[in-house]
Design a protein around this ligand. Structure first.
Ligand code: NAP
Length: 248
């Protein structure tokens, strides 16, 4: 057991399933489970009861740089290197974000809310964890969404979610170039988990065929498969759950 992994967005949904699967692995020493309500999550409390000190729960609002700084110092008190960081941060219709269908529904507050969580928080997380990612092989993966692809956008709608995920993609592609210089053994990935049965997708599931709505455990398994398959030569690229590349 040697690997240290940190999941940001761990209290529910795909992030929680990632924590469960990482803790079940023999090669993972410790999982850092981070979200605003990590310590209040009953599911994480049950995992902590089963795995003891291998799971560290930290409450942190990733939109707040002071909180991210405190997170980085708390992690570095226990370990000097993170092998894997996965940002599952994302909102579609909460904390002020809206799934707009038309320009008339757009407003500044909704756009700012989507961008703050979906684009700015993951890259600020990377900024603050950078000292823990500099020495050995490491992967920083963020869950984006296929709807963030400009080349793939045929339906329109969801203005701020789409645009904030496109901004996330650009921020992480840019960061991958810098990280390549700082640590040639680093891998930065942008991943689409597929439509998954979580609180985020719940209001939009009516028209999704059952076989296209994944369980969080399946999405987490596919994400870990992609992370296992992709390495430094793939850094800065955008992939779907099934290993297909996605156009920016
Ligand atoms: N579900 C889908 O169908 C689907 C499809 C495509 C892409 N995605 C992407 O996959 C990712 C995971 O989605 P999900 O469906 O698992 O969502 P979810 O169930 O809503 O979980 C989101 C997680 O993010 C945490 N979070 C939100 N804002 C935060 C903040 N400011 N600071 C720290 N943690 C924060 C939440 O915990 P707290 O409330 O405790 O902070 C929660 O643990 C998202 O990026 C989403 O855009 C999902």
């Amino acid at each position: 057991m040697t690997l240290n992994a940190l999941i940001c967005g761990a209290s529910q949904g795909i992030g929680l399933a990632l924590c469960e699967q990482l803790l079940a692995r023999d090669d993972v020493a410790r999982v850092w489970a981070v979200s605003r309500q990590a310590r209040g999550s009953q599911a994480l409390a049950a995992l902590a009861a089963a795995h003891g000190e291998r799971l560290v729960r930290i409450d942190c609002d990733a939109r707040n740089e002071q909180a991210l700084e405190a997170l980085a110092s708390e992690v570095s008190r226990i370990c000097t290197h993170l092998d894997l960081v996965i940002s599952t941060l994302g909102i579609l219709q909460r904390d002020g974000a809206k799934a707009e269908k038309a320009l008339a529904q757009l407003d500044l507050a909704g756009l700012q809310a989507s961008f703050a969580t979906n684009a700015f928080a993951p890259v600020l997380l990377l900024k603050h964890l950078l000292p823990l990612l500099r020495k050995q092989p490491c992967t920083f993966a963020a869950l984006s969404a296929r709807v963030g692809s400009i080349g793939d956008n045929r339906l329109g709608g969801w203005y701020s979610y789409r645009a904030s995920k496109a901004a996330l993609n650009q921020l992480l592609h840019t960061a991958s170039i810098e990280l390549k210089r700082l640590n040639p053994a680093s891998t930065v990935l942008v991943l689409h988990p597929g439509t998954t049965d979580t609180q985020l997708s719940q209001p939009f599931q009516a028209n999704v065929p059952a076989e296209q709505l994944f369980a969080p455990a399946f999405a987490a398994q596919c994400i870990l498969e992609q992370i296992g398959r992709l390495g430094p030569a793939d850094s800065g690229t955008f992939w779907a759950w099934d290993g297909q590349p996605i156009t920016w």
